[in-house]
Design a protein around this ligand. Sequence first.
Ligand SMILES: [Zn+2]
Length: 680
Amino acid sequence: MVNAQNNPLLGEFKTPHQTAPFNEIKNEHFIPAFLESIKQGEAEIDDIVNKTTVPTFENTVAALDNTGRLLNRTSGIFFNLMNSETNEELQNIAQEVSPILTKFQNDISLNPVLFAKVKTVYAQKEKLSLSAEQQTLLENTYSNFIRQGANLSDEQKDRFRQISTELSKLSLTFDEYVLKEINSYELHITEKSQLAGLPESSLEASAGLAKSKNKEGWLFNLKMPSYLPFMKYADNRELRREMFLAYGSKAFKGNEFDNQENVKKIAALRLEMAKLLGYKNYADYALERRMAMNSGGVYKLLDDLYEASFNKAKQEKTEVQDYAKRKGFEGEIMPWDWAYYTEKLKVEKFDLNDEMLKPYFELSKVADGVFGLATELYGITFKPDKSIQVYNEEVIPYEVFDADGKFLSVLYTDFHPRQGKQGGAWMNDFKGQWKENGVDSRPHITIVMNFTRPTETKPALLTFDELETLMHEFGHALHGMLANSTYSSLSGTNVYRDFVELPSQIMENWAIEKDFLDRFAVHYKTGEKIPAELVKKIVDSQNYLAGYLSNRQLSFGYLDMAWHSIEKPFEGDVKEFEENAWEKTRIFPVIPDVCMSTQFGHLFAGGYAAGYYSYKWAEVLDADAFSVFKEKGLFNKEVAQSFRKNILEKGGTEHPMILYKRFRGHEPTVDALLERSGLK
Ligand SMILES: [Zn+2]
């Protein structure tokens, strides 16, 4: 019987830095822990509500920020495991607790007494002489209540609750279906001749996968390390087509894991919620709390970049088509030919391919190099600590220290794909940062990847893209680790969605600098430094397909805005809706069997609804911000210090434009981005 005494998720963690005691946590502990955490959270809220003294900033607004710590801790552990080490049991638990969690959230934001207290404090905001951070907390708290329905009638509040509960369930289902679809597909090859063109590393990995499942030959799946090399190198066009269709038709096959209805339901419920709150569509609701401000701001960005991107994309397609023709290919190149021919053309143009670079990017050395950059810029250091428990033996835990030796953060790294891990790469936290009673409570951050595994003969060797991915997620991790706020809801990556990618994307800029690469990019066998001519090739090839890639991101941005700008529920065909939305960016013929919307977790299961444009927005910011390092020195400590103090440490304590201008001296412009990507 699990009770509060023997449930390791409850009570104080007696582990180093009070990290999660993974060795003791079992699936059966979660539901009771959630229930108990919620009970505690409710009691904390009741304390605030039942106070008979006059509501003040401290006893209401700051006190609210301090509630729910146990629940956050439980959720942090649970949802990280859901992403990185999931199984059917955890998924069932998630389905069970998600309505309870939503109810708890709604009970807070729809509590009339609590809202009245917040309103009282808010009404005096001019007279309270609050710090900038406190002002932001007050503004956010007040507007969160409004945005969560505090001003609605009782009847409307009930509907609001139903909608948010339904939405949180639907997004879980959406993700689950996509993962089920990924795991249900395998391409099993027994004739080696069918694998002509594939590099040794891909053959070895796929043979290993087959062996692990007691099968002859080679197995390929829809996870990136298996799928991408196949699409880039397999000479067999029919098989490439098969893989492409398998990938592109996820959750779009009319089977039990089809997401079409879920897409429509999610979009319709979001619309209904926005309308309840007085907005004309969901985009208007979402964008109110973004740097871009409104739909107009988003479309301006997309449209500003559209012409240069689309025209360049068309030119690039013609170039690739001509190249394919020279290689004896007849007919129009299709999406399943794109990676294959662009990879070969890239080799011809730049004499560069993934396999030439991989020997220089051994994972452990790369990680040292990336950590080393943070040491150089910010003075922070990383010490592996085996006494910190992990949820899988592949995870490496570190203690991170500041320049003055003070403990800064725990960092977990989890690099390789597994059955129970979602695809892609992300940073998250198990625990956030805050200050309470003069004590700075430091964060526990994790970065999770799906990098090529070591094989029997080789260590894990990264592609250049994977190096960039690591830099990117590590940038998010810095934002989390260096957090220096008082209030947890304003700390670290708790910033506007279109600001959150600045710390991550700026890191990618270093990846093409020889002075940086020289520190860690050495051949895994010979120890020889990456040759200058190879780095030059990386730089030259950086803008290869810049038009295509930019156009592709814009197409996703337009699709996202289309789904979230509808003003009445969409009843028609999902595929048709999608094709209409990105028609102006289309460079390939329509492929009837594939659909992006049904597998677009960012939009329908993650936080990027009416926010996908943020990637481009952040590119504008990161190019503009990195130009300062370019000008004053890649490792310039003053610039780094200013970036740390004004951006990384500040989290969401002030409006991002204010923070940005403090670092940069002025608002960002698109010039640096257009120039960097050769679109100018
Ligand atoms: Zn990111």
